[in-house]
Design a protein around this ligand. Sequence first.
Ligand code: ATP
Ligand code: MG
Length: 419
Amino acid sequence: MTKRYKAPRGTTDVLPEDQPYWDRVWEASARICGLFGYRRIETPVFEDASLFSRGVGEVTDIVQKEMYVFEDRGGQQLALRPEGTAPVCRAYLEHGMHNLPQPVRLWYWCPIFRYDRPQAGRYRQHTQLGCEAIGEADASVDAEVIELLFRLYEDLGLQGLTLHLNSIGDGECRPRYLEALRGYYADKLEQVCNDCKERYQRNPLRLLDCKQERCQPVIAAAPPFTDHLCDACADHFSRLRAYLEEVEIEYVVNPRLVRGLDYYTRAVFEFQPQAEGAQSTVGAGGRYDGLIEQLGGRPTPGTGFATGIERIILNLKRQEVAVDAPVRPRVFVAFQTAEARSQAFRLASGLRREGIAAVVAAGERSLKAQMRHADSLGADYAAIIGKRELEHGTATLRRLSDGHQETLPLADVATIMTH
Ligand code: ATP
Ligand code: MG
């Protein structure tokens, strides 16, 4: 028996029926990024693997558990892109974008690869829209990227998203906070899961991010970072909040919010849908003032977000948001006899050159079968070339909604369509 192939686990085919959702999100993304002055960048699907271990952090789930790493035939260690920010920062450095007026505002739309546990809205290949504003530390830029993402969801008609906001400090106040957090956890290690015992040692901030039931009461009573911020971080955070209020964007401060990537500093945020598990964040981001330096550049601040297109579409469908119907042919050209075939072929070609979407029948099917095909494609009209039409240089044009039909010269078919 030959093997029956299936798409690899955790990947999906986006079929034609689904494309209107993708078109809708793409169109809104490009338009709104443009409105905010962001310019599009594309980076390769794979990068030097160490870009991510250095950039995202060695002790993160993404690098330790989720990254697709492979050696190419030249012995290079490469990784399929597991996130979009480090590659954009790599490109910023590689192309000397620090010489441009700052901040440099960039957006991307690209496939992301993570060895995640597949389930609804969680795949091993998914697509992210992301924005990065690199080269400016002011809180107004954090507010700007948050507003951009907010306007996108608003434009798409997504309901019930809550913006969660937190600050996770910087090199000055984070060590102090981690000490406080460790101190708090020290006598609770018996109560928490094994992963948390390890986090306690290696990456204590992630203790707050644990999804295990048994760890929740411990997390709930943990000291909030917002009580431990240094003056500069506290000021940055309050200015961000003021900017958001300025443009009437509602948020909740969530002191448990931390992010899975090590490069984040100061403000971090997530948009979460209502009444769903913690696994369903639609979009998230934050400030990453240390990242460019970690990648070998001069100290350069940055902030941005990424949002998963599949999760946006999942929510659009759940909320029954209407999108445009798939592209349909305006005319289906059918023929009755083999002799009329080339006439039909020519008519379809002529229609398309006039900008009218036309699909021509193929094969040796009966006229009845051809008309069924026209219906299933959702064509508006069928142009039928029978024996008599072939002789007279005409076509019979049938409106498929009500069966109304008339016979007219071939040259008039396009004219009728465009009037
Ligand atoms: P999660 O906690 O759900 O794993 P994350 O923190 O790993 O999310 P980010 O790295 O912030 O996610 O990625 C940005 C966005 O990309 C997420 O908010 C989500 O919409 C989407 N996303 C992340 N991982 C996946 C995945 N495996 N499948 C589909 N979409 C994803
Ligand atoms: Mg994840």
